[in-house]
Write a protein that binds this ligand. Structure first.
Ligand code: DGY
Length: 338
């Protein structure tokens, strides 16, 4: 029997690649950059499965270019804002993602960014390299303390909770607000007994007003696009630090630039931007108090191997006509599958 035909928009790591190549006839995009629109439309044609990355916009046109044989879309990321889910569901195509396996890596990296921004690590490193550091002094590159400070988590899903557990070890007070709660808030105290952490739910304005550190862990949705805007920055403490490891469009970048330049807030660290990569002439890159890294929060060896494996499992399950182990549009199972 002939193998199902799949297109991978990028080489995935060995843990996922081998099962895909064993089970499928796989075409793997090998360009340095992701396939452009025309290339994607061309290569998807006639495939039974598509394994894509967050860099690929998978909309109704791409699904239709694939044709009626497309049985599954497997996104090798936990975020799926790059995939048009209603369009997939309408066509009876299950969409898979990779939750859980990158939680710890992303939470670790969030802390790396929180500390780097608060304690001016990158600025200091630049001083040393440029010969700008002349001598030790009591007021060189002073930054913010963690013990006793308030951490405000915007989004309290897997990653937000993992950050809360780490913050507990630093002696921080933890508050959260959740613009897209997976489960409704618990009635009563508003305190969520997260094992290893105690976090209190507050409204978004209270979070902005009370936090010394604000860290974003929310998916990109209509509710969260531009959430961190001029009005939000105006409510934050002038000593506060913003970290974004969620999705770039959650932050209004021109507003962030103004807030950082005018010292309305102390510092920011962004793992994600609009666009990615951020153009080299972006005003944000002129600021000493802004750290920008290339969307690497989940980039640990283990996390990326597990993401590759999970993406392969979703792809293969879909090709077999089985339920995806991690499906983001399970409502598809209530209708006729492809
Ligand atoms: C995801 O999986 O959505 C992350 O952004 C990748 O690090």
């Amino acid at each position: 029997m002939s193998k199902p035909r799949v297109f991978l928009t990028r080489l995935i790591l060995e843990s996922g690649l081998k099962p895909v190549q064993d089970f499928c006839e796989a075409e793997i995009w090998s360009g340095e950059l992701p396939p452009n629109r025309d290339e994607l439309m061309h290569y998807v044609h006639g495939r039974n499965g598509l394994l894509c990355l967050l860099t690929d916009r998978i909309d109704a046109d791409v699904m239709d270019a694939a044709g009626p044989g497309l049985k599954v879309i497997s996104n090798c990321a936990v975020g799926v804002d790059n995939v048009d889910l209603p369009a997939a569901t309408a066509r009876g195509i299950p969409v898979g993602n990779t939750p859980g396996v990158l939680t710890d890596a992303t939470a670790d990296f969030t802390f790396a960014l929180l500390m780097a921004a608060a304690r001016r690590v990158v600025e200091g490193e630049r001083q040393v390299r440029s010969g700008g550091w002349k001598t030790w002094s009591l007021d060189t590159l002073l930054g913010a303390d963690f013990a006793g400070a308030t951490l405000g988590l915007v989004g309290f899903g897997r990653i937000g909770r993992a950050v809360a557990r780490r913050a507990t070890g630093f002696g921080m007070r933890i508050i959260f607000s959740d613009p897209n709660p997976a489960t409704p808030p618990r009635p009563g105290t508003g305190t969520t007994p997260e094992p290893g952490a105690e976090a209190t739910q507050v409204d978004f304005d209270t979070l902005l007003r009370e936090s010394d550190f604000v860290s974003l862990h929310t998916p990109l949705t209509d509710k969260t696009r531009g959430l961190m805007n001029t009005a939000a920055f105006a409510k934050m403490k002038p000593t506060s630090v913003l970290v974004n490891t969620s999705r770039g469009p959650v932050v209004d970048q021109p507003a962030l630039y103004e807030a950082l330049k005018s010292h309305r807030i102390f510092a920011a660290a962004l793992d994600v931007t609009v666009p990615e990569p951020l153009p080299i002439d972006s005003p944000l890159l002129t600021l000493e108090n802004c750290i920008i890294v290339p969307h690497i929060a989940s980039a640990s060896w283990q996390a990326r191997q597990k993401m590759s494996r999970m993406a392969a499992e979703n792809l293969i399950a879909g090709l077999k006509g089985e339920r995806l182990p991690n499906c983001v549009n399970p409502e598809v199972y209530g209708r006729e599958l492809r």
